[in-house]
Design a protein around this ligand. Structure first.
Ligand code: ES4
Ligand code: ZN
Length: 319
């Protein structure tokens, strides 16, 4: 039995496996610039975050209908359940779909068709987190929040993703204030490729409750001390860091040092279709390569439930 765990850093568009991409392409009459799934997989050799994002956004062309989003989410939830995920907080990128003429309604309703029945169909509870694309304007983020207003019963929080460097958290101060006023929880990617100062800014300016990645915090001892003191959860994604070359190899990942420092770390899969593993695969890889003890692995799983946006009863049931 895989360790029960919560997945807190997962982009639903990043769970699009090549097989499903081709199936949806055929269903929607979209031509992909790859001969077959093998040729597509060969394109999964990334130099950095941007080289991944280019392919990630391009492949979204196959996602057009509610049914597509439902099938995508349902396939993810089935895989997650098989790997011990009991609760999943799922990011989605509405701006990437709105820009292609796919309305907010289609995206949220389609995802919800799978998420709304997931406790019954997969024994996985879920939350939906709307992410703003940080390489788009602050005005576009605000328009996106406005477009999401009719769906707020299905959306738990907001996040910030896409190309980090040059797009500091403070650019999104106003939209995070508006989200907080609407009762939404707040997270943001920070310190993935960007500097430790972006982590501080996400905490102080955006008021985030968790930091997605936060890896580069390790370069600033005062920041590490603060994150430990305030028990700020970090949603680490080691397989992503290797594939996007933020770390050289998994063996070089600072996870053991981060745990030793007392940081509240969680283990997550980010974009599992692209980075070579789902939540259980990630736990297996860090166990094998980083030699974490069973106690440490249990601590990571426990942290994932503690850092989740669950109330106490839900948390007990999920564990
Ligand atoms: C992402 Cl790995 C990563 N980083 C930032 N934004 C993203 N969107 C999807 N995956
Ligand atoms: Zn991410």
């Amino acid at each position: 039995m895989p360790l029960p765990k919560a997945e807190l850093h997962l982009h639903i568009e990043g769970t699009l496996e090549p097989e499903l991409a081709f199936e949806l392409a055929a269903r929607n009459g979209v031509t992909l610039p790859y001969a077959d799934t093998g040729a597509l997989r060969e394109a999964y050799a990334f130099d950095d975050l941007q080289s991944f994002l280019d392919l990630y956004y391009a492949l979204m062309a196959v996602l057009r209908t509610e049914q597509d989003f439902e099938d995508l989410a349902d396939a993810y939830l089935a895989r997650a359940a098989a790997q011990g995920v009991r609760h999943a907080e799922i990011f989605f990128d509405p701006q990437a779909h709105l820009a292609r003429g796919v309305p907010m309604d289609t995206v949220v309703e389609g995802l919800w068709r799978a998420l709304g029945r997931s406790e019954r169909s997969h024994r996985v509870s879920t939350r939906l987190i709307l992410c703003f694309l940080r390489d788009e304007s602050a005005e576009s983020a605000m328009e996106t929040l406005t477009a999401a207003r009719p769906h707020l019963d299905r959306i738990t929080g907001v996040g910030l993703d896409s190309a980090e460097v040059g797009h500091p958290p403070a650019k999104f101060r106003a939209v995070y204030e508006a989200a907080a006023a609407l009762g939404l929880r707040r997270v943001a990617h920070a310190g993935e490729e960007g500097p430790p100062a972006y982590v501080t800014e996400a905490l102080d300016v955006l008021g985030v409750e968790r930091v997605d990645h936060g890896l580069r915090s390790m370069e600033d001892p005062a920041l590490v001390a603060r994150l430990v003191r305030e028990r700020v959860p970090l949603t680490l994604c080691p397989l992503s860091n290797v594939r996007l070359r933020t770390v050289d190899t998994l063996a070089d990942h600072p996870l053991p040092a981060m745990l030793e420092a007392g940081l509240m770390c969680t283990l997550n899969s980010d974009d599992p279709a692209y980075f070579g593993g789902y939540a259980g695969d990630t736990f297996d890889a860090v166990r094998a390569v980083l030699g974490l003890t069973d106690d440490r692995l249990r601590e990571l799983a426990r942290n994932s439930f503690l850092a989740a946006f669950l109330d106490d009863d839900e948390e007990r049931r999920a564990r």
